[in-house]
Design a protein around this ligand. Structure first.
Ligand SMILES: C[S@@+](CC[C@H](N)C(=O)[O-])C[C@H]1O[C@@H](n2cnc3c(N)ncnc32)[C@H](O)[C@@H]1O
Length: 251
């Protein structure tokens, strides 16, 4: 499919049904990347003066709500919203009793409510599906929905090399292709500066433990490959995935 975009992803119901099942596993067992997001939320929360009001966090692209579940357990005082374009995923969120105080809405990352005044917006594994125009719109939309001084926390494919990679993955879960974009950090920094986000920090992600290859190759399950420095690099199939946590602050 030539013009694959995130709209195809969020409307592919058979894929989303399988994806929601995959997510159910991580409702019981926090992913290492989510643990780091919680740590970043903790650092921001420590600096917040609660006399000025409570803290509002939006998780956009929240899927079945796992990250919000962990945030709610650890930071019960935060006011939480989950947004996604997939109705079927939001339906799973709304039936979870543990998430009953969280507001869930159909929301488009590219068109978040301007002036919503969130202190934190998390974007966990969503941006890699976006082309350049969509990525810039997403950053502009996030800046508009954050309070001045508010922080975006993104987990995505960002790397330090001058290589702008566009990959079309055709696999059993995406037989018509899934666009993966590996963005150079310098390029992302330019977009952030243009869209009113500053003080960006990029933290390349490696796993603190080894994930053995498991299952058949066609299952495409994440595994790790050790480096000589003792880091464990995440791979999926033949591909090294340059996952990275990025934070930036609204001017
Ligand atoms: C790969 S999943 C990641 C889900 C979850 N954040 C996680 O880390 O497990 C991408 C999610 O982003 C949602 N999504 C994609 N494009 C979106 C958009 N423009 N606005 C809101 N949600 C979007 C999809 O429906 C899906 O739930």
């Amino acid at each position: 499919m030539e013009n694959f975009s995130y709209q195809h992803y969020v409307s592919d119901t058979s894929f989303l049904d399988a994806y929601n099942t995959y997510q159910a596993k991580y409702a019981q067992q926090m992913r290492e990347s989510d643990r780091i997001i919680l740590e970043l939320v903790r650092e921001i929360q420590m600096k917040h003066d609660f006399n000025t009001g409570s803290m509002k966090l939006l998780d956009i692209g929240c899927s079945t709500g796992n990250l919000l579940l962990y945030i709610k357990r650890r930071f019960p005082q935060l006011i939480l919203t989950g947004g996604d374009l997939s109705e079927s995923s939001l339906k799973v969120c709304r039936t979870n009793q543990e998430l009953k105080e969280v507001e869930f809405e159909v929301m488009d990352l590219l068109n978040l409510p301007s002036g919503a005044g969130y202190n934190i917006i998390t974007i966990n594994a969503v941006l890699y599906m976006m082309d350049d125009t969509q990525f810039e719109s997403a950053m502009r939309s996030v800046a508009g929905a954050l309070k001045p001084g508010g922080t975006m926390i993104a987990f995505d494919f960002f790397h330090p090399y001058p290589q702008d990679l566009h990959i079309n993955e055709i696999s059993s879960s995406h037989p018509y292709g899934l666009r993966l974009r590996f963005r150079p950090i310098d390029m992302v920094r330019k977009v952030l500066a243009q869209t009113g986000l500053k003080n960006s920090v990029f933290r390349p992600f490696t796993l603190p433990f080894d994930l053995a290859v498991s299952g058949a190759p066609e299952d495409l399950i994440t595994y790790t490959v050790p480096t000589l420095e003792g880091k464990n690099l995440p791979f999926r199939g033949t591909l090294f995935q340059p996952w990275c946590h990025m934070t930036a602050v609204r001017v």
